[in-house]
Design a protein around this ligand. Structure first.
Ligand code: ADP
Length: 552
């Protein structure tokens, strides 16, 4: 028997219409670096979104599922692009502006982007790339920046504001199939070549509802969310879509992502929530220690993208900024788990802290299982460690194959029965909390046993003299692999390796056989395009003999 319910498609245009009408007075505030930030209401954004869609269709001829890329910071024009492009039926392709230029060119060509909307401040990056971007016919420039950099380019150049000026402020959004492509994002390639993940209207809609649940981010129209995680990094973790459902206000840092301006934004605009990867928060913490500010408005901070060091969580707690740890991937939209402790746990207790440090619980729509090295299913006993596999309505089932080509399903990424193999290794407790011990590719395989690089890093970063630490596997004749500890000391600190090693054993509770014997001081840990530790680079530097390693 079929249900008697209406079959209304879940579309981005619905989220837009809802946000701009029901929450018309909510605002996107964009930081401009000087003077007052720019404020735009959701109602204005709704109108400008319609204008942008008209311009793309009528002036630039965007039709069907053509890809329109953005090379932009987080700002209100980027929010307009977020809604206009998928709502009209085209596909939004957010470009990661921190990728190496060759990779960026490869991605644009692979996705066959015909139009790029770019911030003026990013033209120094885009202009030299243009001759290599074969499918691109139009560049639309928004915000300040030197337009003369595009002189002589073989594309048509448009001014964003001129293009949308005078266009109708409503658009008859098509009723699309909810399963069609809405947006695409390439993985940042921390462990391999970038791969294109294509989100549907349905997946984004459902994911947004999850983000808004009280046990996820649970924000309301009384909140102001500082969206530091870039809009090109998995749709800013789904925040801009989710906010248009609930009227949460957004504070967008544009290109001002340094700790100083972030601290100023928090002090003057008083956001209640913020989201970013741990490295951003480490920087902010150092800034706040050096120059204390009033950050009392900011009571909820979502941290994900890599493991949140316990020392960072503690330091933020002391400042009144409660960290909520979450795990996800480009392939998971990204919300996969979020660490809100269960109700029975006493607030402020060690047990609660331990729960908060896990990657968290799976929402109803994300099914999870652990697979052992021989393909066996492992129990949720909090002890058996295996590769995490997930499935659900906002989890990728394949990668974009390129125009006209079939999607790809590499064996190392998808199981035979269609689950996503995350490449993350960990345990799941009987009450469903995930604890990741490492990425499969970063785990140190020493004499048949596994050493978690993340555990060593967290223990090292708890030392008062350590600013940052990354641990990688290096080849070892006797054990196969052993950990190499690369350490960034705080300014003026002179702690010796032997002291750090003892600290790991005594304070960090690290087993003796896991303690690194190879150590090196580095100036900073190399970072990927989305601010994660780039361990590929460290491994390469070690192999090339570029690191000054001490053996103790
Ligand atoms: P890339 O794989 O190129 O870094 P993603 O942003 O998709 O790009 O990264 C997803 C990966 O980031 C996950 O598979 C996991 O290894 C790591 N990750 C994300 N969140 C967390 C977290 N809270 N704790 C530990 N690792 C995390």
């Amino acid at each position: 028997m079929l249900s008697t319910m209406q079959d209304v498609p879940l579309l981005i245009s619905r989220i837009l219409t809802h946000g701009s009408v029901i929450h018309g007075t909510s605002q996107v505030i964009t930081w401009t670096g000087e003077g007052e930030p720019e404020r735009r209401s959701y109602a204005e954004i709704g109108a400008r979104t319609a204008q942008l869609a008209h311009a793309l269709r009528e002036d630039l001829g965007v039709d069907g599922d053509e890809r329109v890329a953005t090379l932009m910071w987080n700002n209100s024009e980027h929010v307009e692009a977020y809604f206009a492009i998928p709502s009209m039926g085209a596909v939004l392709h957010t470009l990661n502006l921190r990728l190496p230029p060759e990779q960026l060119a490869w991605i644009v060509n692979h996705a066959a982007d015909r139009v790029i909307i770019a911030n003026g401040s990013l033209l120094p990056l885009l202009a030299p790339l243009l001759p290599h971007l074969k499918p691109v016919e139009h560049v639309v420039v928004a915000g300040p920046g030197d337009r003369s950099l595009l002189a002589g380019a073989s594309v048509q150049v448009h001014e964003y504001e001129d293009l949308i000026a005078g266009k109708p402020t409503t658009y008859d959004w098509p009723e699309l199939d909810e399963r069609t492509a809405a947006a695409m994002c390439y993985t940042s390639g921390t462990t391999g070549d970038p791969k294109g993940v294509v989100y549907s209207h349905r997946s984004i809609y459902l994911h947004s509802m999850q983000i808004n649940m009280a046990q996820s981010m649970g924000l309301t129209d009384e909140d102001l969310s500082l969206v530091v995680v870039p809009q090109f990094h998995v749709n800013a973790w789904g925040v801009p879509h989710a906010t248009f459902m609930t009227g949460v206000n957004m504070l967008m840092p544009d290109r001002f992502l340094q700790p100083g301006p972030l601290a100023e934004m928090i002090e003057t605009q008083k956001p209640t929530h913020a989201a970013a990867v741990p490295t951003i928060w480490q920087g902010l913490l150092a800034e706040l220690n050096a120059r204390p500010r009033d950050v009392s408005s900011l009571t909820q901070v979502t941290i994900g993208g890599s493991a949140c060091p316990p020392a960072l969580m503690q330091a933020f707690d002391k400042l009144g900024m409660r960290v909520c740890h979450a795990w996800g991937m480009t392939e998971t939209s990204p919300l996969g788990t979020i660490a809100r402790p269960p109700a029975h746990v006493e607030a402020g207790s060690d047990v609660e802290f331990a729960y908060r440090l896990t990657q968290g619980r799976f929402p109803a729509s994300v099914e999870a299982r652990l697979t052992g090295p021989g393909g066996e299913r492992l129990p949720w006993d909090g002890e058996s460690a295996g590769e995490l596999e997930v499935r659900g309505p906002w989890i990728a089932g394949a990668y974009y194959g390129g125009q006209g080509a079939e999607p790809t399903r590499p064996d190392d990424k998808f199981s035979e029965d269609g689950w996503l193999k995350t490449g993350d290794v960990g345990t799941i407790s009987p009450d469903g909390f995930l604890t990741l011990t490492d990425r499969a590719k970063d785990v140190i395989k020493s004499g048949g046993e596994w050493i978690s690089s993340v555990e060593l890093e967290n223990a090292l970063m708890a030392h008062p003299d350590v600013a940052e630490a990354a641990v990688v596997a290096v080849p070892d004749e006797k054990w196969g692999e052993r950990p190499l500890a690369t350490v960034v000391l705080k300014e003026g600190a002179t702690t010796e390796f032997a002291a750090l090693r003892s600290f790991l054993a005594d304070e960090g509770g690290i087993a003796k056989w896991q303690l690194p014997e190879r150590w090196t001081i580095i100036e900073s840990v190399p970072k990927t395009s989305v601010g994660k530790f780039d361990k590929k680079v460290l491994r390469r530097q070690y192999a090339e003999g570029a690191l000054d390693v001490t053996q103790i």
